[in-house]
Design a protein around this ligand. Structure first.
Ligand code: ASP
Ligand code: MG
Length: 421
């Protein structure tokens, strides 16, 4: 008998018919003798609809009231699913995040889970009742309702799986797993059987929108085996997100990702002296904006250029903050470019292989794609390019690293991969 957390995304619960299908899956797990905890997202695009309503009410709604509003989406789906389950003779009970003790900090619309008390869930399970938990929400200080950021139901599911010591956290979604890249751009993209937490974490923060990156970080920290699979095709095993020893498929690169939600700000002719960069990035940080890549040129004539990338949605606010700064300190020209994209390759095989970056740059160059900025980590290389060439770059890199149908495999590198002898 296993304990399984099943999370269903918005498309999987979009209407009572789809909920009946979910109920069937819950029933089949129960018949296998497994204990199930269900976590749901709001139905379909309900969260978007609620956010739109809020901004129609007032252009800049209070974050507290926004949480009060958008947390209702999940309450609708969990209560309805509990009714559907009950109607089919399966004992089930819906719960809000607060009711089952998901305690968060007080950051409205982007709260972090601080602790979870599993008492109420365990009690429900011991009585043979399936808990159906509202994802995406928690309770902050002074019993305020909080939400966990867009896509946060994933995090609820993984956090519950960790807290309960569940055997599996199944994420049911509208895709049947993690692919080597977006199959919409590269039809030859292949579904991966396994991906390591680290790779998934990079992919999630690099624009692959299958799992919320905080959910992956949670899974990695608590070693929760996560499986991403389609709720419509359950005969397919999907993709396992697991620790590295289990994830090895011996490719150098495991995926190509892209992110078009990027912008770049360049400060031309910034004074080249101590404290200037700190002033700039302080001003940006104060706006709660996360900067991604930063490049500073070699100074000349006591001036230098600084470029950085950031989410496109925050670019206007960041520029305003720096404009304000420029009224006190000379900052040179401030340029904002929105038509850029970030294309990245990810893979733990990179650690034991040289020449990966060179190959990436050469492949882009062969297509005449100019690289504007570069950043690397141990297991990823990202290039900022002109947004127009995003799809081309993805196709070229996917092919160059042999990720399609005829895929290249690493020669077994025993030392690096601890291969059994
Ligand atoms: N309903 C929330 C959203 O749309 C949370 C989720 O779906 O995970 O972002
Ligand atoms: Mg989602």
């Amino acid at each position: 008998m296993a304990l399984i957390v099943q999370k269903y995304g918005g498309t999987s619960v979009d209407g009572i018919e789809k909920m009946r299908h979910v109920a069937k899956q819950v029933a089949s797990a129960r018949h296998n003798g497994d204990d199930v905890v269900v976590v749901l997202s709001a139905m379909g695009k309900e969260t978007d609809r609620l956010i739109n309503l809020a901004t129609t009410a007032t252009p800049d709604p209070s974050q507290r009231e926004l949480d009060m509003l958008i947390s209702t989406g999940e309450q609708v789906s969990v209560s309805l699913l509990a009714m559907v389950l009950n109607g089919q003779g399966i004992k089930a009970r819906s719960f809000t995040g607060g009711q089952i003790g998901i305690i968060t900090d007080g950051t409205h619309t982007n709260a972090r889970i601080q602790r979870i008390s599993t008492e109420r869930l365990r009690e429900s399970l011991s009585r043979g009742t399936v808990p159906v938990v509202a994802g995406f929400q928690g309770m902050g200080p002074e019993s305020e309702i909080t939400t966990l950021g867009r896509g946060g139901s994933d995090t609820t599911a993984v956090a519950l799986a960790a807290a309960l010591g569940a055997d599996i956290c199944d994420i049911y979604t509208d895709v049947d797993g993690i692919y080597t890249t977006d199959p919409g751009i590269v039809p030859e993209a292949k579904k991966r059987l396994r991906v390591s937490y680290e790779e998934m974490l990079e992919m999630a923060s690099l624009g692959a929108r299958v799992l919320q990156s905080r959910a992956v970080a949670f899974a990695m920290k608590y070693r929760v085996p996560v499986r991403v699979r389609s709720s419509f095709n359950t005969s397919d095993e999907g993709t396992w997100v697991v620790c590295e020893d289990l994830a090895m498929e011996r490719e150098i690169i495991s995926g190509v990702t892209y992110d078009k939600h990027q912008a770049r700000i360049t400060l031309v002719g910034v004074p080249d002296k101590p404290g200037v960069a700190s002033k700039i990035f302080n001003a940006v940080a104060k706006e709660d904006i996360t900067v991604d890549m930063i490049i500073q040129n070699i100074g000349r004539d006591k001036a230098t250029d600084i470029s950085f990338t950031l989410p496109r949605a925050d670019a206007g606010r960041a520029k305003q903050a720096i404009d304000r700064l420029a009224s006190e300190t000379a900052m040179g020209d401030i340029l904002l470019t929105k038509d850029i994209a970030k294309v990245s390759i990810v893979g733990i095989g990179m650690r034991s292989h040289s020449g990966v970056a060179a190959k990436m740059f050469a492949s882009l160059a062969a297509e005449g794609i100019n690289i504007i900025m570069i950043s690397t980590s141990e297991i990823k290389i990202s290039c900022v390019i002109d947004e127009r060439y995003t799809e081309l770059a993805v196709r070229v890199l996917h092919k160059a690293f042999g990720l399609g149908k005829t895929r290249k495999r690493l020669k077994t590198d025993k030392k690096a991969h601890h291969a059994p002898r």
